[in-house]
Structures are given as structure tokens and as C-alpha cells.
Design a protein around this ligand. Structure first.
Ligand code: ADP
Ligand code: ZN
Length: 753
């Protein structure tokens, strides 16, 4: 990949550049006194500063520098190849070097790489690597007390004081702890301090994260698991870049196998990073980790408190967090010696970040592993066509686990043809599905209904005038949430109360819900199975880790008979008593039909199906569909994921669609409809052309209005091996974009909305 442009510039002023000082024929400034500093701001390059004689810094040092009338934090970057000819006397001084380990060279290269790949200013990527600025300061040592030796003369030693001194011994304790443990009032401790019996001392800083013990409790692996584990262990021990695709059916023990590779990384004294698509929902994973290693991992996700962020960031930088589990942003943490990166459920689209810096964490994990000479393991029961293609081309190693652990059988998957056995009018569950639920509950087992739609109904329609309730800010229908008595837009968060009359024609009681969401299924189920204990799992009912833990506990302890859920239920849950999975609308994800609609539907349904029958009792899965012959349904019924991928490849290869070619999207948006349209048209007129290149669009985006912005899309398609970044840079340079128009560049787009 092309190196990013690195233009050093003085923060003081850029006039020196225009003054045209000659670059040759004068002595080069002492390199070490002049340092480029990259700031976590959307700037194209580093700014030069001067290092005062008493300040020592190296590339990677975190520094505080003046910027305009304020100060900013940044990182000393690597000296540019062609330094700008700004007189050193014009540079402003670095104020201080922060007391924290410098950013490693591999992380600096990673920041540059991501910036160049995603066409983002390096400073904007750096910002993700400096997500906890307060962690750069020395953590404040909390005050404690120590005994003074020898005891000062003439001080009265009461029984309480003696007891406190005996409790303290040679240790350092906080006043509160000392009072509590010695059984005295806090006033006694204060008196001792005033009398000079005890003196202030710094408490030793407790390790933020206990070390996971690689030998704590490793399970006996089956032969196939052991072989897979050996492969990954060897890979982790080789201390070099290598990617392995770990593919195994749901419940085959993939997690146990990669935990073994983590153990090996710990033995090697290196750090391991595990990326999970929905970290807030991964409570079962976390307790499993703790069982295996006798200690919890460090966590990284958007819901951490700022204090936890600070402690975690610093612990990672100091090598004190041997294993970190996180969301995609964890890729930018300052690991000093990262030996292994695991990407679990590597096919998940949640790894693609869509706002700000648009990057795919699975792909960037591979890049970070390469820059760190680390092993990378991509894990899935239904890997992406991208990863499978890389494995088949020999770029990735591939390890497979073909059977479930402990002899559990894979669930039997059957279609319910909704044309032949439709639900009753106004209902959504067909007779065969309700019969199966009935049998399952009779046996005392659990059933799960999957529908990837939150709320009560996805559309509200006026029977009198045909008006559809729509979001004022987005090209989207408002979704009814009946429990809260309101309509909500799932794109922008707009909400309004459910009204008794139509906003358009004023007709009363004419609004009807069209189609089901999970709340409506719950209502139907409550009617059909009044005795069953139900649980709805959707992002609004399971908002965070605490709710997820509680939901998992209730299901495991059989306080729930029937689970109704959105894609949340498809995650890696292990519920031993769950034997029936019913998919309410298997065709749902196929509508709209972007490039990967089939692949995604396959992955999602396979994943949901994989929740059934994970222990002794066999599982079954029923798919309600109007098109049982669709290739996706047919492949699911035959349990032929490989065959499906092969067919998918054959469809995408001739047209050079990913992964056999490359895509980049430009999303042009503005609050002014005309401005967005004009900019999109200008981009279209300047579109690159040539062999192996194609530009589709401009066209109004499917979500042509989003959060009040009018949107148009262009799609660049290039043959594999072409540098789409270079093409995009040239293209964007040709077009002048007015200030009220934003162009978002999305390299390797996942969403086409
Ligand atoms: P996957 O990640 O492939 O879906 P898991 O690793 O979650 O599979 O394993 C499924 C279940 O089987 C889990 O409860 C796990 O603890 C259990 N399991 C897998 N392998 C073993 C083993 N070797 N010994 C004991 N339990 C195992
Ligand atoms: Zn909206």
C-alpha cells in the first residue's frame, strides 16, 4: 500500500513555507532538536516543534505542545524524508513529555496504514489510539500511612494506638482501612498522625488486572480439538505473522481451541487481543474465560467509565493487561508486545465501523498482526467469502472442526412453506411452527423464536388514505413500539407518540400496524401459550451487560420457556435446554438484495440455528419461508455452507465483485438537496475510467434522506490488485466540493444504503 502523505508543517505559521527558504546550501538543523508531532486532529500531517535542551523525547513519545492559544497532546512522529524548510527559530517548544511508555513503532505504522487505506487524515486515526488522554499522566498514588521508627519520644501510647501500630506493622495502609482493621475510630488515626506516630506514605499501586494463568483449568480436548489447538499454539509460538481461519460448526469447541492459543501466548510472555462483535452481550464468554484462566480479561468497549478506560489504557501500555477482550476500537490500544489477535465471529458486519473513520476491524486486525509479527486467528462457523477465498488461495492457513463437541448432533433444519401452510389471518406463526413449540414446551424444553425486527410493527398505515407513517428526517418508516406507546425511527432516533388519528387525513382509528416485530410475536405467543414464561431479547430490552447476564442466567436456570429475539439471540449463546429454534421470517434479509444479502442471511440463519440442541437433547430448526427453493434456504436445508459459498464465488468472480475485485463507495451528503445532487453529478463527470475500472452512479442512496441529510452514492469497482486509494485520491482532487457538502469515503463497503 502506498505510504501516506506526510507533510510536516509548523504550527506557528505556514508563512515560512511561502517565504521559500532554500532547502539546500545551508546546514541541516540538528535533527534531534526538531521533532514532528502528530496531533489527534483531522490534519493531513505532523507539525514541527522544537525540543528544548532539557527535554528528551524519541519517536513515539507522547508530548504536550502549544497549539494556537492552547495546548494539545500529541505523539512525536518519525522524521520525514523531506523536512520542510522552516527555520528552527520559528518553531515553538515542546512543553513536556508525558510519563507513559512511547507509542510503539508498529502502532505508529498501523495508524499510518489505516489512514492511507481509508483515506482519512492520520491525525483522525491517531485520535482512536489516544482515546483516553488522561491515561498519559502518572496515575495518582493514593495516600496511605506508615509507622514511624523509632517511635517519637514522649508520646502517649494508648491501647488503641498500640493496636493500630500492631495492625499497621511495616505495611502502608489508608487511614480508613487502618481504622477499620484495628477497630478504632478514624479520630484515633488522625491523632496518631498529629502526634507523629505515623507518617504519610504512598500506597503501592495495585495491579489493575490479575494475570490470567495459562495452566489454571484447561479442559481435556477431543482429538480434533487438540490437533486444531496444536496448530494454533505453534502459530502463536512462531512469533511471526500468520493468519489462520478457524472454521468449525456451531458448538464444536472453537472457543476452547483458541483459548488454548491464548494460553500459549501468555506462556510466551506476549499479549493477546480478542475482538468480539458484541462485547456487551458476551457474558457467557467472559465467565468461561475466567474459569479457564482463573482471572478475568481486561475489557474494552464504548460503555466503559472514563476511569476504567484510563486504567485499562495505561495497563495495556505498561504491559500489565496480558489479555484484552474488546470491540473493534481495541485494535488501537498501545500493546507493547502483541503476540496474538483473535477475531471471533469474523463474518459479523458489526466489525465494520460506519461513522468517523470507516474501517473493517477484521481486515485491520490482520494488518495490525502483520505489523506486530503476531499470529491472527479468524474464527467462525460461517466465515466470510473474503476469508474463505484467502484460505483457498493459501494466504491464510485453515483449520476445521467438523463435528459438535461431546457427540451432540447438529440440529435438523426444515422449511415451513408459508404458501402451503400459512398462519391464520392477522397471525405470523404457522400451524406447524406452533405445533412444534407446543411439543417442545410439553417436554419441558425451551424454544426460541427469531425475528430480526425490533418493536411491534415495522410500518403503520392509514386505512382511510393510505398514508404511511414516515420519519421526518430519514427515508424510513416509523416503527411502532407499543409498550412505550410511540413510533420510532431506527436510523435517527426520532420518536413521536402514537396518535388516535391519521396525521394526513385526520381519520380516527384508521391506523393499522403492518407486519410483525418481536413485540407483536410476543403478543401472539402470549395468546397461544399463556402458561409459558417468555423473555424478549432485543437491543431495547437487553441494553447492556447486566441485562444480558441476567437474561442468560434466567434461561440457563430454566426460569424461561420461550425466548423471542432479534439478532441478539444469534450470538454465541450456549443454552443447553434449548431444543427448538423457529425463524419467523427467513426471507427477511434477502429483500433489498445487496451484494452480500444471501451470504449474510445464510450466516445469520446458520448462527441462530446453531443455538438449538447444543447438549444431549437433539435440536431442530424450522424456517418459515415463502421461497424454500431459494439457494440460501436450499443450502441451509442441505446443511451445505461450502456449496453455497462455491456458488456465491461463481456469481461474483466474473464481474470482479468482492472478494474478486475491489469496491469503494463515495457517499455525498448535504442538508441542501440541490447541493448534494450537484456535487454528486460533478463527481460523476470527473469519474475515473480505464481498464478494469467501473464507476456506478451517481444515484440517490436507498436511504436518500438520513438524519436530515440528502444522500447520493457513487460506487467504484476495480479489479483486484489495483490501488483504489490512488484512484480515489486523484478523483477527489479533481472536484471542488462546497462547504455544505460532505463526502464520505467507504473503502470495502459493507452497507450499500
Ligand atoms: P463453538 O465456539 O465452536 O460454538 P464452544 O467452544 O462454545 O463451541 O463449545 C460448545 C460447548 O462445548 C461449550 O459449552 C464448551 O464449554 C463445551 N466444550 C467444548 N469443548 C470441550 C471440551 N474439550 N471439554 C469440555 N467441554 C467442552
Ligand atoms: Zn429518522
Amino acid at each position: 500500500m502506498a505510504a501516506p502523505d506526510r507533510k510536516a508543517r509548523s504550527a506557528q505559521d505556514t508563512l515560512a513555507l511561502e517565504a521559500g527558504e532554500p532547502t539546500s546550501g545551508r546546514p541541516r538543523p540538528v535533527a534531534s532538536r526538531r521533532v514532528p508531532v502528530l496531533l489527534p486532529l483531522p490534519l493531513e500531517g505532523a507539525y514541527d516543534y522544537r525540543l528544548p535542551p532539557d527535554v528528551a523525547a524519541e519517536p513515539g513519545s507522547f508530548v504536550e505542545v502549544p497549539l494556537g492559544g492552547r495546548t494539545a497532546l500529541g505523539v512525536v512522529w518519525d522524521p520525514p524524508e523531506n523536512p520542510d524548510p522552516i527555520a528552527e527559530s520559528r518553531l515553538r517548544d515542546v512543553i513536556a513529555v508525558k510519563p507513559v511508555p512511547p507509542m510503539t513503532e508498529s502502532l505508529r505504522r498501523f495508524v499510518e496504514w489505516v489512514a492511507a487505506y481509508t483515506l482519512t487524515p492520520p491525525g483522525a486515526v491517531l485520535r482512536m489510539a489516544m482515546s483516553s488522554p488522561s491515561a498519559l499522566d502518572e496515575p495518582q498514588a493514593t495516600g496511605g500511612w506508615r509507622a514511624v521508627h523509632p517511635l517519637p519520644e514522649g508520646v502517649r501510647l494508648t491501647a488503641e494506638r498500640s493496636r493500630a501500630l500492631a495492625t499497621l506493622g511495616d505495611a502502608v495502609m489508608t487511614g480508613g482501612d487502618l481504622a477499620r482493621e484495628a477497630g478504632v475510630l478514624p479520630g484515633v488515626i488522625r491523632g496518631m498522625a498529629n502526634a507523629g506516630l505515623i507518617a504519610p506514605a504512598l500506597l503501592p499501586r495495585a495491579a489493575a488486572f490479575p494475570r490470567p494463568d495459562p495452566e489454571a483449568d484447561s479442559p481435556v480436548l477431543s482429538e480434533a480439538q487438540a490437533e486444531a489447538a496444536r496448530f494454533l499454539r505453534d502459530s502463536a509460538a512462531r512469533r511471526r505473522f500468520e493468519v489462520t481461519l478457524l472454521q468449525g460448526v456451531t458448538g464444536s469447541g472453537k472457543t476452547e481451541v483458541y483459548l488454548d492459543a491464548i494460553a500459549e501466548t501468555l506462556r510466551e510472555g506476549r499479549q493477546a487481543l480478542v475482538l468480539l462483535p458484541e462485547i456487551a452481550l458476551s457474558t457467557q464468554w467472559l465467565s468461561r474465560f475466567e474459569r479457564r484462566f482463573g482471572a478475568p480479561p481486561a475489557l474494552w468497549h464504548s460503555e466503559l467509565s472514563s476511569r476504567t478506560r484510563r486504567v485499562t489504557w495505561r495497563a495495556v501500555a505498561e504491559g500489565e493487561a496480558p489479555v484484552l477482550v474488546g470491540a473493534r476500537s481495541a485494535l488501537f490500544l498501545p500493546f507493547p508486545d502483541l503476540g496474538l489477535i483473535v477475531v471471533d465471529e469474523e463474518h459479523e458486519t458489526a466489525f465494520k465501523q460506519e461513522d468517523g473513520v470507516t474501517y473493517h476491524a477484521r481486515d485491520m486486525a490482520v494488518v495490525r498482526a502483520r505489523l506486530n509479527e503476531a499470529a491472527c486467528v479468524l474464527v467462525s462457523a460461517t466465515p466470510s467469502l473474503e476469508s474463505v477465498t484467502n484460505a483457498e488461495a493459501g494466504r491464510y492457513a485453515r483449520v476445521q472442526l467438523p463435528t459438535r463437541h461431546g457427540g451432540a448432533a447438529l440440529p435438523e433444519i426444515r422449511a415451513i412453506d408459508l404458501r402451503a401452510t400459512p398462519p391464520e389471518r392477522g397471525r405470523f406463526l404457522s400451524p406447524p411452527l406452533t405445533a412444534a413449540i407446543h411439543e417442545t414446551l410439553e417436554r419441558g424444553e425451551q424454544a426460541m423464536l427469531f425475528l430480526n425486527r425490533r418493536g411491534y410493527a415495522p410500518l403503520t398505515l392509514c386505512r382511510a388514505c393510505g398514508h404511511r407513517m414516515q420519519c421526518p428526517n430519514c427515508t424510513a418508516w416509523l416503527v411502532e413500539h407499543r409498550a412505550q406507546r410511540r413510533l420510532a425511527c431506527h436510523h435517527c432516533g426520532h420518536v413521536e407518540p402514537v396518535r388516535p388519528e391519521c396525521v394526513e387525513c385526520g381519520a380516527e382509528h384508521s391506523l393499522v400496524p403492518i407486519g410483525p416485530g418481536v413485540e407483536r410475536i410476543q403478543e401472539e405467543v402470549a395468546d397461544l401459550f399463556p402458561e409459558a414464561r417468555k423473555l424478549v431479547m432485543a437491543s431495547d430490552t437487553i441494553p447492556g451487560p447486566a441485562a444480558a447476564t441476567e437474561a442468560a442466567r434466567r434461561i440457563e436456570e430454566r426460569e424461561v420457556d420461550l425466548i423471542i429475539g432479534t439478532q441478539i439471540v444469534a450470538k454465541g449463546w450456549h443454552f443447553p435446554h434449548l431444543t427448538l429454534v423457529g425463524v419467523v421470517d427467513a426471507d427477511l434479509g434477502l429483500a433489498g438484495g445487496d451484494l452480500r444479502a444471501g451470504e449474510r442471511t445464510m450466516q445469520l440463519l446458520h448462527q441462530v440455528a446453531g443455538r438449538a440442541g447444543r447438549a444431549e437433547a437433539p435440536g431442530r430448526v424450522l424456517l418459515q419461508t415463502f421461497s424454500p427453493d431459494h439457494p440460501v434456504m436450499a443450502a441451509l436445508l442441505r446443511d451445505d455452507f461450502e456449496g453455497f459459498l462455491a456458488a456465491e464465488s461463481e456469481q461474483r468472480r466474473p464481474g470482479h465483485w468482492p472478494p474478486f475485485g475491489r469496491l469503494a463507495a463515495l457517499i455525498v451528503s448535504s442538508e441542501e438537496a440541490r447541493a448534494a445532487e450537484r456535487a454528486a453529478r460533478d463527481l460523476g463527470l470527473a469519474a475515473p475510467s480505464g481498464d478494469g475500472l467501473q464507476v456506478l452512479g451517481p444515484a440517490p442512496a436507498p436511504l436518500s434522506l438520513l438524519r436530515g441529510r440528502h444522500r447520493h452514492r457513487l460506487l467504484l469497482k476495480a479489479e483486484r490488485g489495483m490501488s483504489v486509494q490512488a484512484i480515489l485520491r486523484d478523483w477527489l482532487n479533481k472536484v471542488e466540493v462546497p462547504g455544505n457538502v460532505r463526502i464520505q469515503v467507504d473503502v470495502d463497503p459493507v452497507s450499500f444504503l
